[in-house]
Ligand binder design. Structure first.
Ligand SMILES: [Zn+2]
Length: 206
């Protein structure tokens, strides 16, 4: 048997088919301290700001850390194998932000299109912004705007923000009806919302 706790503090126990409910309960009980510790770590944000320059800073991309490095090339390169992100030596920070915005726009547009098919509702436009005051927003004219810093959060949390803003096309408030609509597509929206609250410092990263 094994137990794991994800970034959202969700606990998963894997057990063989032959294990009884009692076996599982006993297993969880003996790991209770470890589970609680992991859950509280997941809750603490642990977000670090890039205070000592870019190089060596671990940037989160969909919840995974990528170490920033410079290189002589003119483009941004992701090294998936070594979990590194290479930036051009000149204007590195500017180039990083451009790269984040380009990718955020592309990925947000894709996600909006996919979720809109399931949820209904058609946004007037989708754009990304550098605003630090919100993760996503739906204007009165149904224009959706998303912070490019949404690229830092786990994909599941990212999807929740997309669903949240799309639901605002029908409900321009946070009424019970609105949350019911969100829950239809994101049953565990509460933990994702809690994640965003706990990681508000990510809004200060670039
Ligand atoms: Zn809202």
């Amino acid at each position: 048997m094994s137990v794991s706790v994800n970034a959202l503090g969700k606990v998963t126990v894997r057990a063989p088919l032959r294990a009884t409910q009692k076996d599982i309960e006993r297993f969880v009980a003996t790991h209770e301290q470890w589970i609680e510790k992991k859950k509280s770590t997941a809750k603490e944000s642990g977000v670090r700001l890039p205070q000592n320059g870019l190089v060596g800073y671990k940037l989160l991309l969909f919840g995974n850390e990528y170490e920033l490095h410079l290189h002589a090339q003119a483009r941004v390169v992701v090294d998936e194998g070594n979990k590194r992100l290479y930036l051009p030596e000149t204007n590195a920070e500017k180039r990083l932000i451009c790269w984040l915005k380009d990718n955020a726009l592309r990925i947000c547009k894709q996600a909006v299109e996919q979720w809109a098919k399931r949820m209904g509702g058609c946004p007037a436009s989708v754009s990304v912004t550098s605003a630090r005051s919100f993760w996503g927003i739906c204007t009165a004219k149904n224009e959706l705007r998303f912070s490019y810093r949404l690229l830092y959060v786990p994909k599941a949390v990212f999807e929740y923000v997309i669903v949240h803003e799309l639901a605002h096309i029908r409900y321009k408030n946070h009424s019970r009806a609105f949350w019911n609509e969100v829950a239809k597509f994101q049953p565990n929206w509460k933990e994702k919302r809690a994640y965003l609250k706990a990681h508000a410092l990510l809004m200060r990263v670039f």
